[in-house]
Write a protein that binds this ligand. Structure first.
Ligand code: FES
Length: 379
């Protein structure tokens, strides 16, 4: 059973205390960007073998969905030396190693080259985000949110690693903050572009790996071009390679590689249910909570007096982990551990505190003594 974190009832004017509490409780995440390229020899295999190899690879990748947040992207048509990205986010780095080995052990793994690999972690910024919303992009992102990556459904992801010059690190904090203020101001002009900054110092060859999500590639182009004119750009040593990645379902991203299609055919607007087996019901008793990953989202599962509820584990206020919050069994609610926003576990509705937006809920079923969590996807 997860230990309970003692909380206090929500009180007004506790912003500083709340921030400090969130600071203490927030866990950093590990992030991996694994770019693969297929050996052309695979495309000359008999069609049946290609289809079986894709199906096997898909099953292996999907089997890791319980352990990490995993998003597939295709680079077919956007980049010559990489064709598939698996963006991976986890609480510890071990699942990354296990997934890489499992992929290497498949039939298709014999034809996959690791074109690029970046390993990084989330971290608080060293700089103050001096905007009305406390945000680079103007969408209300807070300092805690920078520690928790919660990918959107944006169609494009732009990824690049970069290194700053050593002269940058010799500047005073005041001088660097001034240049970052200018940089942040430029970013705020492009609200359609959402930034995920991760840090790689000492973990891998680069210093930062940044990933921008957007539906508007031209906004990203304009943003990058405008940032070239900012003072901080003078202190960039390297910011290539740059990857334009297209958000796709895993079966579609694998089909984009070639071979006979294995993707389920779906018409636009069609609704499908996706279910994930979690664990035997006997292993999840009353009062317990746990998290799983379903369709690129972290889901919190709660057992309240024998009744099961599942909802998006990321608080709608600033992505606090609801599964680590205080559960009220009588009210059937959970209070976020970061700033005490309270949610109804049955409906996901925001019912008290600083929160004003609901969180998504998920279906829960017991089948032959096992817990399944499901959601509906509209294509
Ligand atoms: S993150 Fe602020 S109340 Fe949950």
């Amino acid at each position: 059973m997860r230990p309970r974190i003692p909380t206090q009832p929500p009180q007004p004017n506790l912003n500083a205390a709340m921030q400090e509490r969130a600071r203490r409780l927030t866990k950093r995440q590990y992030v991996r960007f694994a770019f693969y390229k297929v050996d052309p020899a695979w495309r000359r295999l008999p069609a049946q073998e290609q289809a079986e190899a894709k199906q096997e690879l898909m099953n292996v990748i999907q089997s890791f969905n319980r352990r990490m947040l995993l998003r597939p992207y295709s680079l077919m048509g956007t980049r010559a030396d990489a064709e598939l990205l698996l963006w991976q986010i986890a609480e510890n780095p071990l699942p990354f190693r296990e997934l890489a080995s499992a992929i290497a052990g498949t039939r298709m793994g014999a034809y996959l080259t690791m074109a690029y690999s970046y390993f990084s972690q989330t971290k608080r910024s060293l700089y103050e985000i001096r905007t009305p919303n406390g945000n680079h992009n103007g969408d209300g992102e807070s300092e805690e949110e920078r520690l928790v990556i919660d990918p959107t459904e944006a169609q494009y992801l732009f990824v690049y690693p970069f290194i700053k010059t050593r002269e940058w690190y010799q500047l005073s904090q005041h001088a660097r903050q001034g240049m970052m203020d200018e940089h942040i101001e430029v970013g705020r002009k492009y609200p359609s572009v959402r930034l995920n900054t991760t840090y790689s110092f000492g973990l891998d060859d680069y210093e930062f790996i940044v990933a921008f999500e957007t539906d508007e590639p031209s906004d990203f182009l304009d943003l990058v071009q405008e940032l070239r004119e900012s003072s901080v750009s003078m202190y960039t040593l390297q910011d290539t390679p740059l990857f334009t990645c297209i958000n796709m379902r895993l079966d579609e991203a694998l089909d984009a590689l070639g071979g006979p299609p294995v993707a389920q055919k779906v018409a636009p607007g069609e609704v499908h249910e996706v279910w994930m087996e979690v664990c035997p019901l006997d292993d999840f008793g009353p009062g317990e909570t746990k998290t799983i990953f379903l369709e690129g989202k972290m889901v919190g599962l709660f057992n309240i007096n024998g009744e099961l509820f599942a909802l998006n584990n990321r608080c709608s206020h600033a992505r606090g982990p609801l599964s680590e919050g205080q559960v009220n069994h009588e009210e059937c609610s959970v209070t976020c551990p970061w700033h005490y926003g309270e949610f109804d576990l049955r409906s996901g509705a925001a019912i008290d505190g600083v929160v004003n937006k609901p969180v998504d809920t998920y279906q829960v079923e017991i089948r032959e003594g096992k817990i399944f969590v499901g959601t509906r996807i509209t294509y």
